[in-house]
Design a protein around this ligand. Structure first.
Ligand code: GLA
Length: 386
C-alpha cells in the first residue's frame, strides 16, 4: 500500500509526500445501533484501511486526490466548503479540518493530499471513519501536534456529525483509533471508555458484501436515531442505556409498537454485548456466535434495519459447518453480513453460501476473509512496511 501511495502521489503532484498516516476499516462485532444510545459495543479493526499522504503548499491551496477517482479537487484554505457528487468523499477530510479548532488544535493551511484504500466500498467496513482518522493524524503530524488518541477519535466523530451530517455514534472512529491485532475493541460509549478484549485463537471473520444499499439509507439511519431519542424521552431517561426491561414493560401501553421495539432492541442488545464479553473471556466462541446471530434476529425483527438479502445470508451461513454466528454489520438497510467462523471454514464453504445467494437473487456477493489489525497510526515516509 505504501508503494502505491508514493507512486500515485508522485504521479499526481510531481513530488514526494512529507507525511503519511493510515487508519483501518472496522467490523461491527456486536452492538447494533447501541453507540449513540450511550450503550456498549464491540468492534474489530481489520487489516485493511485508508492511507493518506500529505505535503504542505505555500500558496494556501488545498488539493485532494484519490487513487479511486480521476481528477483533483481544489479548495482555497480560507474557504472551507462542503462538496457534492463525485467529490463528496473529500468531505471526510474537510470535516476534520473544520473540527480541529473545536478541540483547540491547529489547522494546516495549504497542502497536497492523496488517499488510497484497500477497503471495499459500501461493505459496511467504515471507509469514512478510516479517511477521517488517517486525515486527522496526517494533519496533526503536519502541524506537529500530538493530542491524546481519544481526542483524535472525537475529531473524526465531530467531522461526521457536524460537517458530513450523519448522526453516528463513536463506534467506527473508536475502533479505527483503538484497534489492536488479535483483539476486539470494547467501547462504553457514555464515557467514552475504550478497552481491548483478546479474540480467542482460531476465530476468523468472513464478510459477505451484498452490494445492495437502500436508496434512503442515510435518512433511515437518522430516522432510527430519532426514534431511539423519542423512546428515551417517553421512558423518562436521557439515553436508552439508562432504561431497564422493567421500565420498558411498564410503558408498553404508552408506546407505539415501533417505538417499543426499537427500545427493546437497544436494551437487549446492550445486554448481549456484556454476555459476549463474558463468553470471549472464557474462550467460548460458540456462545459468542449464538449471541451474534441473536443480535441479527433482533435487528431484523425489532430494529427493522435488515433486508431480505442480509437475512438470506445469515440463514444460509448459520446452517453451514464452521460458522459460529452471523449478523449484519454496521448501520444496516443493505451492506454486508459478517460471519464468525472457526479456522476450518474456507473458500469452499463460502462458495456454497454465495451460490445459494446467487440462485435466489441472481447476483453474487463478494466475500472477504479478514484478520484483525492495529489501529490508526502515523507512518513516516521510509519507515513503513507493506
Ligand atoms: C454505523 C454508524 C455507527 C453505528 C452503526 C450501527 O456504522 O456509523 O456509529 O451506529 O452504524 O451500530
Amino acid at each position: 500500500m505504501r508503494e502505491r501511495l508514493l507512486t500515485h502521489f508522485n504521479a499526481t503532484f510531481g513530488r514526494s509526500p512529507t507525511v503519511i498516516a493510515r487508519a483501518p476499516g472496522r467490523i461491527e462485532f456486536i452492538g447494533n445501533h447501541t453507540d449513540y444510545n450511550g450503550g456498549t459495543v464491540l468492534g474489530a479493526a481489520i487489516d485493511r484501511g485508508v492511507w493518506v499522504a500529505l505535503a504542505p503548499r505555500e500558496d494556501g491551496l488545498r488539493r485532494f486526490a484519490s487513487a479511486l477517482r480521476e481528477g483533483l479537487v481544489e479548495q482555497p484554505a480560507d474557504a472551507l466548503a462542503k462538496l457534492n457528487g463525485g467529490a463528496s468523499w473529500v468531505n471526510y477530510a474537510l470535516g476534520v479540518l473544520a473540527a480541529l479548532p473545536e478541540f483547540g488544535l491547529r489547522v494546516p493551511a495549504g497542502f497536497d493530499f492523496l488517499a488510497v484504500s484497500d477497503l471495499p466500498v459500501g461493505a459496511g467496513l467504515s471507509s469514512s471513519a478510516a479517511i477521517e482518522l488517517a486525515s486527522a493524524l496526517a494533519f496533526l503530524e503536519l502541524t506537529g501536534e500530538r493530542p491524546a488518541r481519544e481526542t483524535v477519535v472525537k475529531v473524526g466523530k465531530h467531522a461526521e456529525n457536524n460537517f458530513v451530517g450523519v448522526p453516528c455514534g463513536i463506534l467506527d472512529q473508536g475502533v479505527s483509533g483503538f484497534g489492536r491485532k488479535d483483539h476486539l475493541v470494547f467501547i462504553d460509549c457514555r464515557g467514552p471508555r475504550f478497552a481491548t478484549v483478546p479474540l480467542p485463537a482460531g476465530a476468523q471473520f468472513w464478510i459477505f458484501n451484498t452490494h445492495t444499499r437502500h436508496a434512503l439509507v442515510d435518512g433511515l439511519y437518522a430516522a432510527r436515531h430519532r426514534e431511539c431519542m423519542a423512546a428515551a424521552q417517553a421512558l423518562g431517561v436521557g439515553l436508552l442505556v439508562e432504561a431497564t426491561p422493567a421500565m420498558l414493560a411498564a410503558a408498553r401501553g404508552r408506546l407505539s409498537t415501533a417505538t417499543y421495539q426499537r427500545a427493546q432492541h437497544i436494551i437487549e442488545e446492550i445486554a448481549r454485548v456484556g454476555a459476549t464479553v463474558q463468553a470471549l473471556a472464557q474462550g467460548d466462541l460458540a456462545s459468542a456466535g449464538r449471541l451474534l446471530t441473536a443480535s441479527h434476529r433482533s435487528s431484523q425483527r425489532l430494529f427493522e434495519n435488515s433486508t431480505p438479502e442480509l437475512d438470506f445470508l445469515v440463514d444460509a451461513l448459520v446452517t453451514t459447518p464452521g460458522v459460529h454466528g452471523a449478523r449484519l454489520t454496521g448501520g444496516g438497510f443493505g451492506g454486508a453480513v459478517m460471519a464468525l467462523t472457526n479456522d476450518q471454514f474456507s473458500e469452499v464453504e463460502a462458495r456454497i453460501v454465495t451460490k445459494r445467494y446467487e440462485d435466489e437473487f441472481g447476483a453474487s456477493p463478494d466475500t472477504l476473509q479478514t484478520q484483525t489489525g492495529d489501529g490508526a497510526c502515523v507512518v513516516q515516509p521510509g519507515s513503513a512496511s507493506s
